[in-house]
Design a protein around this ligand. Structure first.
Ligand code: URA
Length: 242
């Protein structure tokens, strides 16, 4: 048995919050009877209608995109900037799993499966995400050690990160590195570099777990294969046990 607003949201016609509004407004019927009670439990086989139209359970879809720079991961933008969702031609109400900044490119998963999304982004599941980072300044060995141990950001320690220096340009005072983190806090990579006084000048997410977009141009996307979704779920489950 599932709550009525959840069943309506799962059909993809609207969000759970808006579904609650529909119920209270008397726009929802179950087996032909108007239900205005939030949290009414729907049984298997019940017929749910919204504004007289029977709803169907939406298929779950999973995409991976190489997010281009100059796009936002919110569903709409107050400055009318292009959203990642608008780049995907999908009849389902998909949303990005976690956020990449406006000026960040790289691996982004989009789906209409909230539970899956939570497993990918929640730090408890420890899925490694690797970023290709360019910073102003030369990252020192003690700083690398600190990143590998964890640093305090906004009062909370980061989980141990992995650092791989790819290039140090002593003349131009720049470092290019791969940084692998297990969380996805807001602007985390930029904040980790700011902690040492460095500015991130370029940021690209190379991978989420095994998932990469090396063979895709920025803005390209594709459906994930069922085995890839399964592998991502398995990775999350493994991370949770560790
Ligand atoms: N960390 C950031 O600072 N920005 C991103 O877009 C992703 C990770």
């Amino acid at each position: 048995m599932e709550r009525l607003q959840k069943v309506i949201a799962a059909s993809g016609i609207t969000s759970r919050r808006k579904a609650e509004g529909y119920i209270v407004e008397g726009r929802v019927k179950v087996n032909g009877v108007v239900i205005t009670e939030l949290g009414y439990k729907v049984k298997k086989g019940d017929i749910v209608e919204v504004d007289g139209e029977q709803i169907q359970k939406e298929n779950k879809v999973y995409y991976v995109m190489n997010k281009p720079k100059k796009t936002v991961c919110t569903l709409s933008d107050e400055f009318d900037r292009k959203t990642v969702v608008s780049l995907i031609d999908s009849p389902e109400r998909i949303f990005p799993v976690g956020r990449l900044d406006y000026d960040t490119s790289g691996v982004l998963i989009l789906t209409n499966d909230g539970e899956f999304a939570n497993q990918i982004i929640h730090p408890a599941y420890h899925i490694p995400k690797t970023y290709d980072v360019m910073i102003t300044g030369i990252l020192t060995t003690p700083q690398i050690k600190q990143l590998e141990k964890g640093i305090e950001l906004d009062g909370v320690m980061t989980l141990p990160a992995k650092v791989r220096i790819r290039r140090k340009d002593l003349a131009l005072k720049k470092t290019k590195l791969d940084l692998t983190i297990q969380e996805g806090r807001n602007h985390q990579v930029k904040k980790m570099m700011e902690y040492f006084g460095y500015e991130v000048t370029s940021l690209h997410r190379k991978s989420i777990g095994f998932l990469k977009v090396d063979d895709m141009s920025q803005g390209d996307y594709r459906l994930l294969k069922p085995y890839e979704v399964k592998r991502l779920r398995a990775l999350a489950m493994k991370g949770k046990e560790e």
